[in-house]
Design a binder for this molecule. Structure first.
Ligand code: ATP
Length: 284
């Protein structure tokens, strides 16, 4: 990755709170245009890392470049190139989405048109409703709308879908994919493994202030090459076989069932959650 392809470059990042080493030497690269998801248990150091990248928290050591600039020395021009959606906000509760966005647009040199932003986040029908009368999911859409209003090159999303119903979560994923298609780099922290799997080009797992793995969701922790489990219902009840050759097992099973349907046949590999929990357990 050349420097210009890099949206985020972190080397040896450290942060202490008193005696507590919250971040203990993190290296991280995120390419321009990538959706990168940072995963880790409560207290692992995700927010600390992200807030350092956003320029909101001082680091103790290490090198950090975000869009080619050290966030600790960043100016208003750099700030206008990033968008931030925090865990939860209650700002602008007395304004409608149109009013909140129109007010904030004045602070950006190159804002997206308010109507376009409302459309992107699916809030056009609610544009005249006061923010404190929006549902939780709609309120979150307004948070995202405010985060993308300035047309950011890099968007930070901190646990964006907490509290969403399944349908709202799917719609939100569509929004993130649209933003990504428009070229926005996205750094997402989430506790939902299905969200990371669906959205992220790569995931980084952080535990106890250290990155323990970075890979695509499909390959994390050797997932792509891990043994498969073939399960079915045999004459004596549920059966399971762990195998590196599931096709052969299924073929043999099909023969043993005389070509009839194999009851309750499932071939599965470890889920992202399985490998994640294993990694977090091993890091303790
Ligand atoms: P969560 O998933 O719960 O949001 P996280 O991975 O974002 O967790 P951080 O908020 O970065 O974790 O916290 C990392 C560690 O640093 C925790 O042990 C936390 O208690 C500690 N910490 C965070 N902020 C402060 C602070 N301002 N002062 C002291 N300790 C802090």
């Amino acid at each position: 990755m050349t420097r210009s392809d890099s949206a985020v470059r972190v080397r040896g990042l450290t942060k202490r709170y008193g005696d507590h080493h919250a971040v203990g030497g993190v290296d991280l690269d995120i390419a321009a245009g990538e959706i990168f998801s940072l995963l880790g248990p409560n207290g692992a150091g995700k927010t600390t890392c992200v807030e350092i990248l956003e320029g909101y928290r001082h680091r103790d050591g290490g090198e950090v470049e975000v869009l080619g600039i050290d966030p600790a020395k960043a100016d208003a021009h750099w700030k206008a190139r990033i968008g931030i959606v925090l865990q939860s906000t209650k700002d602008f509760s007395e304004l409608t989405p149109t009013e909140a966005l129109s007010t904030c647009a004045a602070y950006y040199p190159n804002p997206r048109p308010v109507e376009e932003v409302l459309d992107l986040v699916g809030l056009t029908a609610k544009r005249k409703t006061r923010a404190d009368q929006l549902s939780g999911g709609q309120r979150r859409r307004l948070d995202v709308a405010l985060g993308i209003l300035g047309n950011p090159e890099l968007l930070f999303l901190d646990e964006p879908t907490t509290g969403f119903d399944p349908e709202a979560r799917r719609q939100f994923w569509g929004l993130i994919e649209s933003l990504s298609d428009l070229g926005t780099t996205i750094l997402l922290t989430t506790h939902y493994l299905d969200e990371a799997e669906r959205l992220a080009d790569r995931v980084g797992v952080i535990a106890d202030g250290r990155i323990v793995a970075v890979d695509t969701p499909a390959m994390l922790g050797g997932r792509g090459t891990a043994a498969a489990t073939v399960s079915w219902r045999g004459p004596n009840g549920p059966e399971h076989i762990s195998t590196d050759a599931p096709t052969k097992v299924v073929r043999d099973l099909a023969d043993s069932f005389g070509g009839a349907e194999i009851p309750e046949l499932v071939v599965s590999r470890p889920t992202l959650e399985d490998v994640y929990l294993q990694m977090i357990g091993a890091a303790k």
